[in-house]
Every structure is written in structure tokens, then in C-alpha cells.
Design a protein around this ligand. Structure first.
Ligand SMILES: [Zn+2]
Length: 262
């Protein structure tokens, strides 16, 4: 089974699938309320094998999966190469402290670190600096599962704050997350960064929800947040085999990278 990709024309701002290939090149949502970010890109669709891999990453914490998915995220980021500035601060969408402690790691940060490692090799002219403590989730948002798009917007409104506005003032920001569902989280996070003075915000995610899926409520099948948190020390061998990306060295889940404060 392949990782499902998006096909057909997409909105030039949010990347959502467009109904028809004819202009306008903006979706209805972006025409009505332009997003606070410049452009959002994704590697694929949150479905099938991609969904399995993201679950394996989030709930089993499999490092080989992180490496494989990090490579895909790097490919998504490359879609921005022509438009986005060559120098950007890379900000993973944070988890709330409680959730971060429960899971042991932030999957968005892990993916960002992996993608940056790849891009340092493939795009050496690009100066992307990981700044994982710049954006904070100041309150524990309810699970987005089962919420309508409107409820999702309310749920994440004001959820993000910038720890050090001086660090983002005038900077271009590359915001990273694993999944883009309705885009409510990306908008809320980008808005917080812009309010703190960021010059521009660009968004890259691994996967976006299939068009229409986000508009339907109660679809347990595609929404990951309902899966209970669990941590396992030993990953099942079958998972390793399925997602293993050749023979990359195992690196640690520890928060090892240095954050940039300014
Ligand atoms: Zn759009």
C-alpha cells in the first residue's frame, strides 16, 4: 500500500483540494477569510498507510517511522523553496505541557528535526533553524475529535502564545505539524506568531485530512485524537519492518537540539 497523495488542483494558500481546475485558485474559506499564513503545504493525505504511520509515531514512538516521515515532511517543505525566504525559524506546533509529559515527546518537533536534517544535506543554501520553545500552548485544548469546524476554531482560539516575541519579530517562520485537519490549529498558531511580530508564516504538514472529512462530525475512523495515549518501550517488530527506512542509525527521542532564542 502506498502513502496516499493529494491529486488535482489545490488552493494556492491553504492547499485544500479545489472543486474545479478553473480559476479562482483560492478556495472559498481563503477568499472569505484569508489565513494568517502565506501558504500551507502537505506531503500527502491523512488516510491508509499514512494514518497508520502517524499513529505508529504518536502512540508507539517509533524512531524508524520518524525518520521515514521526516523525509516526507522535507519533501513537503521543498514545495515552498521558490517562494519562502531562504532563512526561516522552524517552529513545531507545541503540545500542552501535560500532553507532552504524557506522550514523552512532541511528534511535530521530532518530524521537524528529522526534516531539517535531510534539508541540511539536500538544500544547504537554506538556513532553517529549529526553535521548538518559541511557541507555547498555554492551555490544554479539548480533543478536536468530533468537533465541527466552528467548534474547532473556538477550541484553539487563544491557545497559543509566543514565549519570546523578540525571537520572532521580523522573522519568517516555518510552522510544522503532523496533520492539518480543518486548519484551525495552523491558523491559531500562525496568528499568535504574527501578533508577536513575525514577518511571515509558512506551514508544512505531513498530511492533510481528505477534503470533506474535516467537515463531517463523529468520524472516528480518520481522527487520531480519540486513541488513548500509551507508551511502549519495545515496538513490535512488524511495525519496524513496515516503516523502516533502510538502515538509518537510531537517534534518540530526547530533546537534544538547542533552541534558538533570537
Ligand atoms: Zn484555501
Amino acid at each position: 500500500m502506498e502513502f496516499p497523495l493529494q491529486s488535482g488542483p489545490v488552493c494556492v494558500r491553504c492547499g485544500d483540494t479545489l472543486e474545479s481546475p478553473a480559476p479562482p485558485s483560492l478556495c472559498r474559506a481563503c477568499r472569505l477569510a484569508p489565513p494568517p499564513y502565506e501558504r500551507a503545504v502537505a506531503y500527502g493525505i491523512y488516510d491508509g498507510r499514512m494514518r497508520e504511520a502517524i499513529h505508529a509515531l504518536k502512540y508507539d514512538g517509533l524512531q524508524p517511522v520518524a525518520q521515514r516521515l521526516g523525509g516526507m515532511l522535507a519533501e513537503a517543505i521543498v514545495q515552498l523553496a521558490r517562494e519562502a525566504p531562504a532563512e526561516m525559524l522552524v517552529v513545531p506546533v507545541p503540545l500542552h505541557r501535560g500532553k507532552r509529559a504524557q506522550r514523552g515527546f512532541n511528534q511535530a518537533r521530532l518530524l521537524a528535526a528529522e526534516a531539517l536534517r535531510r534539508l541540511a544535506g539536500s538544500h544547504p543554501h537554506w538556513h532553517l533553524t529549529l526553535a521548538a520553545r518559541t511557541l507555547l500552548r498555554q492551555r490544554a485544548t479539548e480533543s478536536q475529535f468530533g468537533l465541527s469546524p466552528h467548534q474547532r476554531r473556538l477550541n484553539v482560539r487563544g491557545a497559543f502564545t509566543v514565549s519570546d516575541p523578540d525571537a520572532v519579530a521580523g522573522r519568517a517562520i516555518l510552522l510544522i505539524d503532523d496533520i492539518l485537519t480543518t486548519g484551525a490549529t495552523a491558523r491559531a498558531a500562525a496568528r499568535a506568531l504574527r501578533r508577536a511580530g513575525a514577518a511571515s508564516v509558512w506551514v508544512a504538514t505531513l498530511a492533510r485530512a481528505r477534503r470533506g472529512a474535516a467537515q463531517q462530525q463523529g468520524m472516528a475512523a480518520w481522527q487520531p485524537e480519540h486513541v488513548p495515549e500509551r507508551k511502549t518501550d519495545a515496538a513490535p517488530a512488524s511495525m519496524h519492518d513496515r516503516f523502516m527506512d533502510s538502515s538509518h542509525g537510531q537517534s534518540s527521542f530526547q530533546e537534544g537540539e538547542k533552541d534558538v532564542a533570537g
